[in-house]
Design a binder for this molecule. Structure first.
Ligand code: NAD
Length: 321
């Protein structure tokens, strides 16, 4: 039986990954500061602890796991990473975790380790045109991420790549682009656009109004968690290290995202555009490299993902009010 370690197993992607690995028949250990808040963990073993602490990290990485997924990070949506006041914490916390994790993986002679980077590491200057952003993997340099979160991801990508080069680790690196789905942050200040928008729509009465940060013309793409996990496992088990984009290439404006959610919710609402943190003007996943190297492509529509996610958030709104 494959022995797998998921770091960040109390988080959105980590908790879903644990479920998926258990379904495949793996034995899974999860580690996080917290248990998953919305559903019981499916991990065979769960260590609650702080991976910034080397002693906890040693306890976490205590055997020669067949696969390690490093998802733990100080992380949030635009309301967390673009407001300026969390910059030091984000860099200090996530870099400490990554430095510890890679060192203990090395000590335990772990070979295969997946690291979750982010599209936020791409240079801002290639994301100024909402209609035509450039997010090809080789456009990363000269570096100019628009947030300290992005800079930390870039540093840690390089840390993992250096470990592969000098210490014999088999790293696999994905740059995730806006992953969404049920059982993720939706009202704790760390939620991202799809969850925030689903919440606003769920709260609003038909014929009412919702607020959107910015002018609604900024573009993004959103990948549902199921396809994210499929792409992640395919990459981790492949012979190729990346870094590679994992995201959807169905680019929409934020207003279009709101309209899709209203459509799924069967509500007609007006939109009030207000000032708020918005990040770069345009972003879309360029999947050319992933498709070429892995021979597989994400294909599900944004709407189909919202159809799975909206009812969960609508229910959260009902049970918390
Ligand atoms: P998340 O915030 O839900 O999960 C991260 C988990 O890390 C949390 O449960 C948190 O408690 C844990 N963590 C933070 N500090 C810790 C510490 N010191 N010790 C132990 N655990 C700690 O985020 P997510 O959406 O599941 O993202 C997972 C990974 O993917 C992160 O590295 C994130 O940066 C990356 N990523 C996610 C997205 C996305 O759209 N969700 C996009 C780009 C990159």
């Amino acid at each position: 039986m494959k022995k797998v370690l998921v770091l960040g197993a109390g988080g959105f992607i980590g908790a879903h990954l644990v479920k998926r690995l258990r379904k495949e028949g793996c034995w899974v250990k999860g580690v996080d500061l917290k248990l998953p808040p919305y559903a019981e963990t499916q991990a065979n073993d769960f260590l609650k602890g702080d991976l910034r602490d080397p002693l906890v990290c040693r306890e976490a990485i205590n055997t020669n796991f067949d696969e390690v997924y490093q998802l733990a990070a100080d992380m949030g949506g635009a309301g967390y990473i673009f407001v300026g006041k969390n910059d030091y914490d984000i860099m200090q916390n996530s870099a400490s975790i990554n430095l510890n994790v890679i060192e203990f993986c090395r000590k335990k002679d772990i070979k295969r380790i997946f690291y979750s980077s982010s599209a936020c590491m791409y240079p801002e200057y290639n994301q100024l045109d909402p209609g035509d952003p450039n997010l090809k993997e080789d456009s990363a340099y000269p570096a100019q991420p628009d947030s300290e979160y992005g800079w930390e991801k870039l540093f840690s990508e390089r840390l993992f790549l250096a470990a592969a080069r000098n210490k014999g680790l088999e790293v696999r690196i994905a740059r995730y682009h806006n992953i969404f789905g049920s059982e993720g942050s939706w009202n704790d200040g760390r939620e991202k656009a799809p969850a925030a928008m689903c919440r606003k729509v769920a709260f609003a009465k038909n014929g009412g109004e919702i607020e959107i940060w910015g002018d609604g013309k900024q573009t993004r793409s959103f990948l549902h968690i199921d396809e994210c996990l499929e792409a992640t496992l395919r990459l981790t088990r492949s012979d190729w290290q990346g870094p590679v984009n994992i995201g959807s290439d169905e680019m929409v404006t934020i207003t279009e995202l709101a309209n899709i959610i209203m459509d799924v919710a069967n509500k007609k609402l007006s939109i009030k555009y207000i000032e708020g943190p918005i990040g770069v003007k345009g972003r879309n996943s360029d999947n050319t490299l992933y498709e070429k190297k892995l021979g597989w492509r994400v294909s599900k529509s944004l709407k189909s993902g919202i159809e799975k996610t909206y009812p969960w958030i609508e229910n959260q709104v009902k049970i918390t009010n």
